[in-house]
Design a protein around this ligand. Sequence first.
Ligand SMILES: C[S@@+](CC[C@H](N)C(=O)[O-])C[C@H]1O[C@@H](n2cnc3c(N)ncnc32)[C@H](O)[C@@H]1O
Length: 220
Amino acid sequence: MTAKQSLERQLQKTLSHARLRLTKLPACREIQLYLYDPEVLQGPISHEQAQAVVAEPAYWSFCWASGQILARFILDNPEWVRGKSVLDLGAGSGVVGIAAAMAGADTVTVCDIDSDALAAAAVNATANKVTLATLADLSQLALRPDIILAADILYDRDNYPLLNTLKNQTNALLLADSRVETLPAEGFDLKTTMEARTCPDLNEFEEFNQVRIYSWQMPQ
Ligand SMILES: C[S@@+](CC[C@H](N)C(=O)[O-])C[C@H]1O[C@@H](n2cnc3c(N)ncnc32)[C@H](O)[C@@H]1O
């Protein structure tokens, strides 16, 4: 069984006819990812199946608005990662790490607590002809990355303290978020606000499509 088929098997535990489709991202046409085929989400789904998909979302099978926008930002501003060691925290599909690799990062590690996400990021890296290392637990980080990137990790309040602890683990941070009005940490600058939708589109509330990118840099 291929890695892609194995990932589809995981999705089929909640939606029996689920499948992945290689999808070009609307805001980042340079990147293609294996994402939930939207056709199966629009078909006849029982209420129970729909609830199961929402209750246990396979985050890696969607590209979230924040991930798309941070990937776009990195591709347009490669100086943030060029020649650097990069960590993509909460990688999901690996979209941000893939953008960093395309933008000329020296090394890219994707970290996610979900082992399926790491498998998906590896499959997606191959689809985009880039190389990513994978890491299951931030506490196992062996080397200090020059920069840490994170998109859409603040949906989980348990991650709020990370914003401060990460400052001790790197020289710079770029964070993309559309979930919180006020960042639960100080010292971050708002760089830009851009709009995108989750891919495939989950028809989230409009406010969740307004993505803010924040930066933090270690004081000289
Ligand atoms: C909403 S998804 C975002 C994925 C991707 N960054 C994007 O924007 O498309 C959040 C991802 O972060 C992962 N995650 C959440 N908390 C984490 C943590 N403390 N350490 C590592 N991964 C985490 C989840 O497993 C999930 O894959």
